[in-house]
Design a protein around this ligand. Structure first.
Ligand SMILES: C[S@@+](CC[C@H](N)C(=O)[O-])C[C@H]1O[C@@H](n2cnc3c(N)ncnc32)[C@H](O)[C@@H]1O
Length: 497
């Protein structure tokens, strides 16, 4: 039985509130407003009771906790607001259904590129991204020919588990029209089970938006056609919002969209975003030539896209090392448009496989997946044991939805380098998502064991700004998610029968 904390400790709790507030801001980017402070006090009382610790001990444990600690999990769940529902914000939903998605689809058809990548950042329990999946199911009569990468990410693990399970209550259904409900859910008592094909269309990952782990092919956050980040930035301070907006702009393809919630704050200085005021909080990255969405009189072009150009040639010594340094800088800065001309004009002296690796990364991040794959395949014909090219091929194949070939490429990568942590990680995710729980969890545990062999504050090579410590945290989250999901899956599957 949980014992209440002694009354005299209430004063101690009050005293630790400022430290917890700054911890929440630094770690999660979330600002605690003055009127929320008494709420926070209650949360801390509950936490001390739950974990049976004194306020002082609680603070010490919190400060030294990893992301996976029950203490932090409890705090994250308590301070994040997971409020969400299907078809939230009718106006934006109409815009998506009638204008934005049809135009994206049309332009993809014109490019002969039947793929779409859509990311719900701060997805809570998944209603938003599943709404998109339903809209696409309606808008794409030839859906089986499309490669759809629909991604939901959040820091709240409890919410993510609910999202992966796809089982909802009346509360999530309050804004959904009856025909959508009938078509895409199976109702049993008071629960609504998402149809399996919609549930399977979306991938969910743990991701803290205030950390620098995105955009990256490693977590599928790159080359997006559309990002929805609604009702999340409202909790962040200006500094974190500005950083997140910059990263979103790097995560989007050139002609792509970002949608924020109607009350979200906007910080778009120093980003390529154009604000379409007439449409609610919708931004495009680049001026899109879509007739219905052309800027109107009351639109405010707050920023224009900086021209992507190479530094003047006279400033670069045309030697191999200088080019390589510049190339690596461009890759780190995600300046993909500048990578290709640099290699073509000044990088021909570099080893062919290195050229191919960076070119393929640029092509994939610009959404040219097939071109990237052809280049990697050609390169591997010349150098069949190139680990990086096998691994990149696996990522591209995953994005193309060819999981069999991706698995093969990952196994080849591991055959060449069994210590390559990201190959274990991707293989693990691929397998658990394919319900091969035991094998998948084994691969994730392999990745975790390798990661733990390194100093936690060292950066992981090839993953920008990711430390081994933060990779341990992410992996532990994923393992926890899929372990509990694997256990539940049987019961869940039965519910569909
Ligand atoms: C109000 S919900 C929004 C859900 C959905 N986007 C919608 O509009 O219906 C806000 C979500 O943001 C998530 N969140 C808060 N801080 C975050 C962070 N630093 N990184 C990722 N997600 C975060 C919370 O966990 C919560 O699930």
């Amino acid at each position: 039985m949980i014992k209440s904390i002694p009354h005299k400790q209430y004063a101690e709790i009050k005293a630790l509130v400022p430290a917890v507030i700054s911890y929440i801001r630094d770690r999660l980017g979330i600002v605690t407003r003055e009127q929320q402070q008494s709420e926070l006090e209650k949360i801390l009382v509950k936490a001390c009771e739950k974990f049976q610790v004194t306020p002082k001990a609680y603070l010490a444990m919190l400060m030294s906790s990893t992301k996976q600690s029950p203490l932090l999990e409890h705090l994250v769940s308590a301070v994040t607001v997971g409020e969400t529902y299907f078809f939230r914000d009718k106006r934006q939903m109409q815009l998506l259904q009638q204008t934005l998605l049809p135009n994206l689809i049309q332009s993809k058809r014109q490019q002969n590129n039947l793929s779409l990548r859509i990311w719900s950042a701060g997805c809570a329990s998944g209603e938003e991204i599943y709404t998109i999946a339903m809209l696409l199911a309606e808008l794409l009569p030839d859906i089986e020919h499309w490669t759809l990468q629909l991604l939901g990410t959040d820091i709240n693990e409890t919410a993510l588990k609910k999202a992966i399970a796809g089982v909802y209550t009346e509360w999530s259904m309050r804004s959904i029209a009856a025909h959508w409900q009938k078509k895409y859910f199976i109702q049993q008592d008071k629960h609504y089970y998402l149809q399996e094909h919609i549930r399977r269309a979306v991938t969910f990952n743990y991701l803290n938006l205030t950390e620098s782990v995105y955009p990256s092919m490693l977590n599928g956050t790159n080359a997006q056609d559309l990002i929805l980040c609604r009702n999340v930035l409202i909790y962040f301070d200006q500094v974190h919002i500005a950083e997140v907006m910059k990263k979103f702009s790097a995560a989007l393809l050139t002609n792509a969209w970002l949608i924020l919630g109607a009350s979200d704050p906007v910080v778009i200085q120093h980003t390529p975003f154009i604000f379409h005021q007439e449409m609610g909080l919708v931004f495009s990255r680049g001026e899109l030539p879509l007739p219905k969405l052309a800027l109107q009189k009351d639109s405010v072009p707050l920023a224009t896209r900086p021209a992507v150009s190479l530094p003047p040639r006279t400033r670069i010594k045309a030697d191999k090392n200088a080019t390589l340094v510049l190339l690596e800088q461009l890759v780190t800065a995600e300046n993909w448009q500048a990578v290709l001309p640099l290699i073509t004009e000044q990088g021909t002296e570099l080893p062919v496989t290195l050229q191919a690796k960076y070119k393929a990364m640029a092509l994939a991040n610009m959404g040219k997946l097939t071109e990237a794959l052809v280049l990697l395949t050609d390169t591997l014909a010349l150098e069949p044991t190139n680990r990086d090219c096998h691994f990149l091929s696996a990522l591209v194949l995953l994005e193309l939805g060819d999981t069999k070939a991706a698995e093969f490429a990952l196994r080849k990568t591991l055959f060449i380098d069994h210590q390559y942590v990201f190959a274990h990680y991707q293989l693990g995710l691929l397998l658990v998502r394919n319900k091969q729980w035991a094998q998948g969890l084994k691969s994730l545990h392999n990745a975790l064991a390798i990661t733990r062999q390194h100093e936690s504050d060292l950066e992981v090579p090839g993953a920008k700004s990711m430390t081994y410590g933060s990779l341990v945290d992410t992996l532990t989250h994923e393992i926890d998610l899929y372990q509990s999901l694997g256990k539940k899956e049987d019961t869940h599957e039965n519910a569909y029968k």
